[in-house]
Design a protein around this ligand. Structure first.
Ligand code: SF4
Length: 328
C-alpha cells in the first residue's frame, strides 16, 4: 500500500476544495491582506517597532507537580514512588523520565477512575498500597497525588493511617507523602514538597548527636553526571556529606545485564541521620525552598542555597559564605 506524504496528499483536489470550504468558518483575512502584512514585515517601520520591544515572554518547559515528586522519591534507596491518582498521569511521568534518561523508571499508581472521583480514593489507596508492598517489596513507599485526588480532596495522612491500622502495610514501613496538586506550581514544586515529606517522615524521632556531615540537596537536577562529580569533589576534600536525593545510579545505572528494580539511591539510614548534620546546602533555589525552610526551622540547621557555579561561588567568596553558613 502506498502511503502518501502529507505534502503530496494535501495538494490533491479533494483536500484543496476542503481547505477552501473551511475558510467560511475560520474568519481568516483575505489572501490580499496576508500578502500586504507579509510585505509590511519587511519595512523599516516594522523593524523599528520590533526593536522597540522591551519585554519578551518565554514559555518555560514545565511539567506537573507529581512528576517532580516521583523523580525526588526515586532517589532514595529501595523507594517505590506511589501516586494516588489516575493511571494515565503516571504513564506520562514514567514515559517522560524513561525517554529522557533511557532507563526503566519505576512508579505505581492507584488507578483511580470515575467511582473514586465520586466516592473518594480510600479503597484505591488501600488496595494499591497492599499490592505495591506485596509485589515490589519496597523499603519505602513515597506517596504523591495527581490532579484528580487533589480536586476531590483525598486526605493522604488519614488514608495511610487507615492502611496501617488495617494491617495493609507493616506499621514500621516508612510511607511519606506529599500533596502535589498540579494546578499549582510545577515539577520543581512537587520535588520540593516530596523532599520535605520524605525528610519529615524518615527523620521522625532520630534527633541525636551531631554527625558532622553536610546535607547536599541538588534539587530537580537531571544531569546525573553532576551528582557523581559532586561526590568526587566532596570526597577529595574529605567533606562528610549526604546527598538528598541521589538519583545518579537510578537514572544512569550500569549495564550489567541484570535488571534491578531499585538500583541505588540515598541510603535510608543516611537520610534518617540527615537531621543530625551540621548544615544543609541546596544547589537550586526554587526547587528546595520549602525543604530549606523546614530544615532551618524544625531541625535548627544552617540552611542556604549555594550553587557552586561561577567565580564568586567557587573562590574565596564561596569559602567565606560557606564558613558563615557553618557559623565558624
Ligand atoms: S497535570 Fe494533572 S491530570 Fe495532567 S498529568 Fe499532571 S497530574 Fe495528571
Amino acid at each position: 500500500m502506498k502511503i502518501k506524504d502529507h505534502n503530496e496528499l494535501f495538494q490533491e483536489q479533494e483536500y484543496l476544495e476542503q481547505f477552501e470550504r473551511k475558510k467560511e468558518f475560520e474568519n481568516c483575512p483575505s489572501a490580499e491582506e496576508v500578502q500586504r502584512t507579509a510585505e509590511w514585515t519587511k519595512t523599516e517601520e516594522y523593524r523599528e517597532l520590533n526593536f522597540k520591544r522591551k519585554h519578551i515572554k518565554i514559555n518555560p518547559a514545565k511539567a506537573c507537580q507529581p512528576l517532580g515528586a516521583v523523580f525526588c522519591a526515586s532517589g532514595f534507596e529501595g523507594t517505590l514512588p506511589f501516586v494516588q491518582g489516575a493511571q494515565g498521569c503516571v504513564a506520562y511521568f514514567r514515559s517522560h523520565l524513561s525517554r529522557h534518561f533511557k532507563e526503566p523508571m519505576t512508579a505505581v499508581s492507584t488507578s483511580m477512575t470515575e467511582d473514586a472521583a465520586v466516592f473518594g480514593g480510600l479503597n484505591n489507596m488501600l488496595e494499591g498500597l497492599e499490592n505495591a508492598y506485596t509485589l515490589y517489596h519496597p523499603k519505602m513507599l513515597a506517596v504523591s497525588t495527581t490532579c484528580m485526588a487533589e480536586v476531590i480532596g483525598d486526605d493522604l495522612n488519614a488514608y495511610i493511617r487507615t492502611a496501617r491500622e488495617k494491617g495493609v502495610i507493616p506499621k514500621d514501613l516508612p510511607v511519606p507523602f506529599a500533596h502535589t496538586p498540579s494546578f499549582v506550581g510545577s515539577h520543581i514544586t512537587g520535588y520540593d514538597n516530596m523532599m520535605k515529606g520524605i525528610l519529615t517522615a524518615v527523620t521522625a524521632g532520630k534527633k541525636g548527636e551531631p554527625n558532622g556531615k553536610i546535607n547536599i540537596i541538588p534539587g530537580f537536577d537531571t544531569y546525573t553526571g553532576n551528582y557523581r562529580e559532586l561526590k568526587r569533589l566532596l570526597n577529595m576534600m574529605d567533606v562528610k556529606h549526604t546527598i538528598l536525593a541521589d538519583v545518579s545510579d537510578i537514572y544512569d545505572s550500569p549495564t550489567t545485564g541484570e535488571y534491578k528494580l531499585y538500583p541505588g539511591g540515598t541510603p535510608l539510614t543516611d537520610a534518617a541521620d540527615s537531621i543530625n548534620a551540621t548544615a544543609a546546602i541546596a544547589l537550586q533555589k526554587y526547587s528546595t525552598s520549602k525543604t530549606l525552610d523546614y530544615i532551618g526551622k524544625e531541625w535548627s540547621q544552617s540552611a542556604a542555597v549555594l550553587t557552586p557555579i561561577g567565580i564568586k561561588n567557587t573562590d574565596p567568596d564561596f569559602i567565606y559564605e560557606f564558613d558563615k553558613l557553618l557559623k565558624i
